[in-house]
Write a protein that binds this ligand. Structure first.
Ligand SMILES: *Cc1c(COP(=O)(O)O)cnc(C)c1O
Length: 391
């Protein structure tokens, strides 16, 4: 019983793939140079490794290497993209459009910009989490400079129609930013075909290292202006100063490469696991699927459960299964998830929810145990609370 719980929290982070670790290791020790140094071989080696990684990452999203700015992750990429555009374009307008179900790393920079005099429209979503494109188009104004809509939601997995959003934004001459932290290497992302102008990425949700990510910044049609948010040595063409971190960058590229190579087979395999899990919960009374089963990440299953207390549920399963619930940030937090309440869920049902994030290393046997554990806990909590089923 000293076994560690089954990890089903892939939206929070993922374990690093051994193949990623292996390509990173030499850059901590022998090839430790500073990529900005051009006077000796140590710098050249590091610089060559970064150059190659940058090409790989750019190629995967159909961008050019100059369009990739390395950051510490998607939080920083979102901050740089949103605040960097706001600061560069405020002469043209101070209106930004985003969506209520975005990650805090988008909502909070937007809220910060409001304190500086920007105006932000937070679009609602439909009950399945999808954005209404007519509402988006109607919200665009003369002074709108940026639309920020995530590719895949980190709680409910819902996939927003990026290509259509990009088309709408470009037809109105508005820049389009997308937080693709959850979507990259899960669905095909093509910044050219989807008219994406800025896109945030992170490595640790795709079996790469923590502390590294990137912002894609379009250089042609249109050339996006960006005000740097960290000034210093002028790295990343002045867009993000600070010594680059070659082991992380090399690992990020490797993680992305593996993720994209195995995307088709893994999507299918993980979708089967999601179906297996859902088929266990579905027959129960009072279970609500949060999101849109078909139009969502294959590795996400989010359910709300009637007749149970959210923290009691989590407490009941956490020694066997590691998952997240619908309480924001930490289990101590009393705020229900802003994503689930945006779908119209009551605070109680938002709290009484489980988010399963299925990953590369999960097996059908683990899914079975996870489902059985959750269901046994649900049943015993319902018995205690005398939850009445309809039958
Ligand atoms: C995880 C996540 C982030 C934050 O990424 P970090 O690299 O951890 O900073 C931002 N947006 C979404 C949608 C995420 O899932």
């Amino acid at each position: 019983m000293s076994q560690r719980p089954i990890y089903l929290d892939a939206h929070a982070t993922t374990p690093m793939d051994q193949r990623v670790l292996e390509v990173m290791l030499p850059y901590f020790t022998e090839s430790f140079g500073n990529p900005a140094t051009n006077t000796h071989v140590y710098g050249w080696e590091a610089s060559a490794a970064v150059k190659k990684a940058r090409e790989v990452i750019a190629g995967i999203i159909n961008a050019t290497p100059e369009e990739i700015v390395f950051t510490s992750g998607a939080t920083e990429a979102n901050n740089l993209g949103i605040k960097g555009v706001a600061e560069a374009y405020f002469n043209q307008g101070k209106h930004i459009i985003t969506v209520v179900t975005e990650h805090r790393a988008v909502l909070d920079p937007c809220a910060y910009l409001e304190t500086l005099g920007f105006e932000v429209t937070y679009l609602p979503v439909q009950s399945d989490g999808l954005l209404d494109l007519q509402k988006l188009e109607a919200a665009i104004r003369e002074d709108t400079i940026l639309v920020s809509v995530m590719a895949a939601n980190n709680e409910i997995g819902v996939l927003q129609p990026l290509a259509k959003i990009g088309e709408i934004c470009h037809s109105h001459g508005v820049l389009f930013h997308s937080d693709a932290a959850q979507a990259i290497a899960k669905i095909p992302l093509d910044v050219a075909a989807m008219n994406i102008d800025l896109m945030s990425l992170t490595a640790h949700k795709i079996y790469g290292p923590k502390g590294i990510g990137a912002l894609y910044v379009r250089r042609r049609n249109p050339r996006v202006q960006l005000a740097s948010q960290i000034q210093g040595g002028g790295q990343e063409r002045g867009r993000r100063s600070g010594t680059l971190y070659p082991p992380q960058i090399v690992g990020f590229a490797k993680a992305l490469e593996i993720g994209v190579e195995s995307m088709d087979t893994e999507s299918e395999r993980i979708l089967q696991l999601k179906k297996q899990l859902w088929s266990m919960f579905k027959p129960l009374e009072g279970i609500h699927l949060n999101g849109n089963f078909d139009n969502s990440l294959h590795n996400n299953l989010n359910i709300s459960i009637e007749g149970v207390n959210g923290s009691a549920l989590l407490l009941g399963i956490q020694s066997t299964v590691a998952v997240s619930s619908g309480s924001a940030c930490s289990s101590e937090s009393t705020a229900p998830s802003h994503v689930l309440t945006a779908l119209g869920r009551s605070e109680k049902l938002a709290h009484a929810s489980l988010r399963f994030g299925i990953g590369r290393f999960n097996t059908p046997e683990e899914i079975k145990i996870a489902g059985e554990t959750a269901i046994a806990t649900i049943n015993s909590l319902r018995q205690a609370s005398q939850f009445k089923t309809k039958s």
